[in-house]
Design a protein around this ligand. Sequence first.
Ligand SMILES: Cc1cc2nc3c(=O)[nH]c(=O)nc-3n(C[C@H](O)[C@H](O)[C@H](O)COP(=O)(O)OP(=O)(O)OC[C@H]3O[C@@H](n4cnc5c(N)ncnc54)[C@H](O)[C@@H]3O)c2cc1C
Length: 247
Amino acid sequence: MEVELLEATDRPERLICQAARNDYMEDFVGETAFEDVMSDIEGETLEDRKETLIHRLLDHGHFGPFEHPHATIAVKGISRSCMAQITRHRHVSFDIQSMRYVSFDEVDPAEVREGEMVVVPPSVTDPDWVGRNQKTADVDEETAAEREELFRDTIETAFESYQELLDLGLPPEDARFVLPIGTKVNMVMSMNARMLMHVADMRAAADAQWEIRELTEQVLDVAAEWCPITFEYYEEHMKNRKNRLAP
Ligand SMILES: Cc1cc2nc3c(=O)[nH]c(=O)nc-3n(C[C@H](O)[C@H](O)[C@H](O)COP(=O)(O)OP(=O)(O)OC[C@H]3O[C@@H](n4cnc5c(N)ncnc54)[C@H](O)[C@@H]3O)c2cc1C
């Protein structure tokens, strides 16, 4: 998969600080220089003061100010299974590549077999991979080879049937019914910084599936570049904590 930041609020952490300071200022934040907005906060430089305030907000669970900065992220090549999981988050906005208007009639089913157009889970190629509800992998080489072959045969055949149905005149919106849930999809998603932390709380956790965890880790990398004080603190002090319901 690939994850790219498309657009994001400029100077997100300045905005978080302005919104938070608004709550405790007598003056109107809209007419006050940022240096003055931050003058009561501990720290030698403006950057230090931003850090002090943002750490304090996160520490105290004052999450509202993190709802102001937004990021829009493009994701390439996740499975439709992973898409179904991430789109459960109701405060994230999505655009999903359509299977009604995009038909995969040019794809070579032999390449699908090798991972083109369908996500091949690591357990298919790694006999030692232990699934969530398994205690050990416990599979001999012959069985591992057999199940990999079956997986690859199935996805190849699915794409062959799909293309045959298109050739027979079935509309793409109906021919897609025979494609596997592992079929790759591209999407664009937008969310605010608080929601991004919430998604990470739920989806970077050990009980989440490997694919959505990988997606979330890549989103967190993008977030750390965009909003560094917040997401470095999140990574160090908040990720994987208990009671992760809000944000
Ligand atoms: C490991 C794992 C396994 C899962 N397995 C399943 C499964 O088997 N089946 C399944 O259906 N789902 C499953 N889910 C999805 C899960 O139940 C949630 O639907 C999903 O994670 C969305 O998160 P959220 O509930 O925090 O809501 P979000 O949409 O992310 O909303 C964020 C927060 O806003 C608040 N909120 C939003 N809407 C409402 C509302 N209507 N009422 C009250 N509060 C609201 C809540 O505080 C919520 O936490 C799984 C999730 C995980 C992480």
